[in-house]
Design a protein around this ligand. Structure first.
Ligand code: CA
Length: 346
């Protein structure tokens, strides 16, 4: 028996370099206004699930692109499809901190106030979300491993702002936060996508973004400037669905319909770039800037402003790495190679 154990140990050691376990995994919290592909959050979770460098501690949902119910239902279903039901899902904020519902919010894109729960591809999940709230989980996960945990913030930053406010030592114990959000006029391609100058995630919850960007947590910001260097077209889609796995089948069921309707359509990649830059920082160019968010309820509500030097009104702004350019071939090759990897247990 003992001999067998020693032998097993030797075999396990020999396999270490093959399994990549010699490299320490990056513990992350995946905070998301999730929806199935072609929404970027769905594609980003596929990339995360297929990246052995990451240890996904939990998924926390927030209202944004879709309602909180939809974000939670879709992320649970994708974990089932990917056979990764070991990853817990925690339900977060169902509305922004301050931002009031308005006709503009209801009638433009983003369904943060929608009551409609649309059945995800493949039906509703059998597994359920955890009872613990997202904010409580985020605080505990960070405080259990001080200085180690990275947060990926790819929706409105409501949950993260609440975690910062919930525990006085939380911010100083987060390793870093990688945020898809904002648009920086100082750099090329810095227009907004929900109002002329505001990016959607920051505009849905400007007050939360303001809290997070001034929290002192080291920040890697992936704004619209870098998203606009991407273009997922039908040729890359076809490379993904050449391989048959439960995840590529899901892509066929979702993204496939969109390309059938319009073969010339291309899709920006947003959250995917933020996550990929955590795995391989060499895919992006960054500049260190002060970035702050406007929380005045006027025409610039939710607009992010970046500057090389501090300016009046932004005295509390902190410096962060701002992504502005992308090595598109390197990124998309990495994305496609990973998303097409075999799904465990399939
Ligand atoms: Ca998102």
């Amino acid at each position: 028996m003992r001999r067998l154990r020693v032998l097993t140990g030797i075999v396990a050691l020999a396999l270490l370099p093959l399994t990549g376990l010699t490299q320490e995994r990056i513990p992350i919290i995946f905070d998301t206004d999730f929806a199935m592909p072609p929404t970027d959050d769905g594609l980003t979770l596929m990339l995360a699930l297929q990246s052995p460098e990451l240890e996904i501690l939990g998924i926390t949902t927030v209202a944004g692109n879709e309602s909180l119910e939809r974000a939670t239902a879709d992320s649970l279903r994708m974990l089932e499809i990917a056979n990764r039901t070991d990853i817990p899902v925690y339900i977060g904020a169902d509305m922004p901190l301050v931002h009031e519902k308005s006709d503009f919010a209801v009638n433009t894109y983003g369904r943060w106030y929608s009551d409609e729960v649309v059945e995800p591809p493949g039906g509703f999940a059998k597994i359920e979300a955890q009872d613990e709230s997202a904010v409580s989980f985020i605080v505990d996960a960070v405080m259990d491993r001080p200085g180690e945990v990275t947060i990926l913030g790819i929706g409105p930053l409501t949950n993260i702002a609440q975690a910062i406010r919930a525990h006085p030592k939380f911010a100083e114990n987060v390793k870093q936060i990688v945020i898809m959000g904002g648009a920086v006029a100082l750099l090329p391609d810095g227009a907004g996508n929900i109002t002329p100058n505001a990016e959607f995630n920051f505009w849905v919850d400007p007050e939360a973004a303001h809290v997070v960007l001034r929290s002192g947590i080291p920040i890697e910001l992936s704004p619209l400037n870098v998203s606009r260097k991407s273009a997922l077209d039908k040729a890359w889609y076809e490379k993904m669905v050449e391989v048959d796995t439960p995840l590529t089948q899901l892509l066929r069921d979702t993204l496939g319909k969109r390309f059938e309707a319009d073969p010339d359509r291309t899709w920006y990649m947003y959250d995917q770039i933020a996550l990929a830059s955590l795995i391989d920082p060499s895919i992006v160019e960054t500049e260190e800037l002060y970035v702050d968010v406007n929380i005045d309820h006027g025409i610039s509500y939710g607009v992010s402003v970046g500057g090389r030097n501090p300016w009046p009104g932004a005295e509390g702004a902190q410096k962060m790495n701002v992504q502005y350019d992308l090595d598109w071939p390197k990124f998309i090759e990495m994305f496609v190679e990973r998303v097409t990897r075999p799904v465990p247990g399939d």
